[in-house]
Design a protein around this ligand. Structure first.
Ligand code: TYM
Length: 338
C-alpha cells in the first residue's frame, strides 16, 4: 500500500475557492480573486464556488443556487477566463464530500477546536444554531485542496490557518498510508492580504459584519463607495503614516490604495498630508478598479444559460482530476474496490 508513485506534472497547480454567501467584497478581491486572475495564465488553475461550505451557515430554502450563479458571473467578471481556468461548483463534484469524510477521519477533534475561524463564527452565532459542519469545515476545505494536487493556494491572510491544517492532514495521511497527497502552500498578496473593516479597522472586512458601512462590495455604486470611504474611521492624529499597529485605520486605507494601484503603502503615505485627501484618492482608485468589473458582471448576468454551460464544463474538468485523486486515496488506504 505504501509508496504509491505520484506522477505530478511540472506545471504548478493552483486551487482556491470562495463561498457563495452574499456579495463579493473588496477584501475578497484584493486578498484573493485578483491573485487568482494574475495566476491563471502561469499555472494550471482550479477555482471552486464552495456551496457545500456555505451550508454550514445557510438554512433559507431557494437562495443558494442563485447566489452560486451570481458568484460565477462575478468570478468571470473579475477576469477568470473559462478557456484558461477551471471554474466549478463544489456540489457538482461529489468527490469533495467523499474525500471530506476521509479528511474528518484524519484530523483530530483537538486540531479542529483550535481553529480561530470556528471560534469567531460560533461567537457571532451565539444563541443561534451552530452546525457540526461549522466545526468540521476545515476537513472539507482540506479535501477541496488535496483533491487537485494543488501546490499553491492563493488566499487572504484569514485562511492561513486552514491551509496549515490542510498541510498537517496531508502529511499525516502520507505518513500513515504512503505518499498520496501534494502538500500545498498558502500564497498571499503583498498588499491587501487582510483588508480591514472601514468602520472598525481592527476587524477584517467581512460580509458578516453587523453593518455594511465598513464593507465595500464590488457591486456598490460609485457614490456609495465614495461615501463609505469618506466615513472611514481613522484616528485623532493628523499625520498620514503607514503604521498598522498604532494607526490601523489610516494604514488600512493605504493598504487598499496600494492593493488597487500596485504600489507600496509606505511610499504612498508620503504623498498625502491630510486624511481627507487620502480617503478621496483611495475611493477613486477603488472605483476605477471596480467599474469595468461591474459592467462585465451586469452583462454576464443577462445570460444565465451560458453561465450554467461554463460551470458544467468546469465541473467535468474538475471531476476528471478529483475522481483520480479519490481513487488513489482509497487505494492507498486499501479499501475494497467496488
Ligand atoms: P471566503 O469565501 O470567506 O473568502 C474568499 C477569499 O477571500 C479572502 N478574504 C479576504 N482577504 C483579505 N481581506 C479580507 N478582509 C478578506 N475576507 C476574505 C479569503 O481569505 C479567501 O481567500 N474557507 C474559505 C473558502 C474555501 C477555500 C477552500 C479557500 C473553501 N475551500 C479551499 C481556499 C482553498 C472561505 O471561507 O473564504
Amino acid at each position: 500500500m505504501a509508496g504509491i508513485a505520484l506522477a505530478f506534472t511540472a506545471v504548478t497547480r493552483v486551487l482556491s475557492c470562495i463561498q457563495p454567501t452574499g456579495e463579493v467584497h473588496l477584501g475578497n478581491y484584493l486578498g484573493a480573486l485578483r491573485n487568482w486572475v494574475i495566476g491563471q495564465s502561469a499555472a494550471d488553475a482550479f477555482h471552486g464556488i464552495v456551496d457545500l461550505h456555505a451550508l454550514t451557515v445557510t438554512d433559507t430554502p431557494g437562495v443558494i443556487g442563485n447566489e452560486t450563479l451570481k458568484l460565477a458571473a462575478m468570478l468571470f467578471a473579475v477576469g477568470l477566463d473559462p478557456e484558461v481556468a477551471t471554474v466549478f461548483v463544489q456540489s457538482h463534484v461529489p468527490e469533495h464530500a467523499q474525500l471530506g469524510w476521509v479528511m474528518e477521519c484524519t484530523v483530530s477533534y483537538g486540531e479542529l477546536s483550535r481553529m480561530t475561524q470556528f471560534k469567531d463564527k460560533t461567537a457571532k452565532r451565539e444563541g443561534h444554531f451552530i452546525s457540526a459542519g461549522l466545526f468540521t469545515y476545515p476537513a472539507l476545505q482540506a479535501a477541496d485542496i488535496l483533491l487537485y494536487d494543488a501546490n499553491e493556494v492563493p488566499v487572504g491572510d484569514d485562511q492561513r490557518q486552514h491551509i496549515e491544517i490542510t498541510r498537517d492532514i496531508a502529511l499525516r495521511f502520507n505518513h500513515r498510508f504512503g505518499e498520496t497527497f501534494v502538500v500545498p502552500t498558502a500564497v498571499t498578496p503583498p498588499a491587501g492580504a487582510r483588508v480591514m473593516d472601514l468602520q472598525d479597522p481592527t476587524s477584517k472586512m467581512s460580509k458578516s459584519a453587523d453593518s455594511d458601512a465598513g464593507c465595500v462590495y464590488l457591486t456598490d455604486a460609485p457614490e456609495v463607495i465614495s461615501k463609505k470611504f469618506k466615513r472611514a474611521v481613522t484616528d485623532s492624529e493628523t499625520e498620514v503614516r503607514y503604521d498598522p499597529e498604532t494607526k490601523p485605520g489610516v494604514s488600512n486605507l493605504l493598504d487598499i490604495l496600494a492593493g488597487a494601484t500596485g504600489q507600496a503603502p509606505a511610499g504612498l503615505a508620503e504623498r498625502y498630508t491630510r486624511y481627507g485627501d487620502l480617503k478621496v484618492a483611495t475611493a477613486e482608485a477603488v472605483i476605477d478598479v471596480i467599474r469595468p468589473i461591474q459592467d462585465r458582471y451586469n452583462d454576464l448576468l443577462t445570460d444565465q444559460a451560458e453561465l450554467t454551460r461554463l460551470l458544467r464544463i468546469g465541473a467535468d474538468k474538475a471531476r476528471h482530476v478529483a475522481s483520480a485523486t479519490l481513487q488513489r486515496t482509497y487505494d492507498a488506504i486499501g479499501m475494497l474496490p467496488a
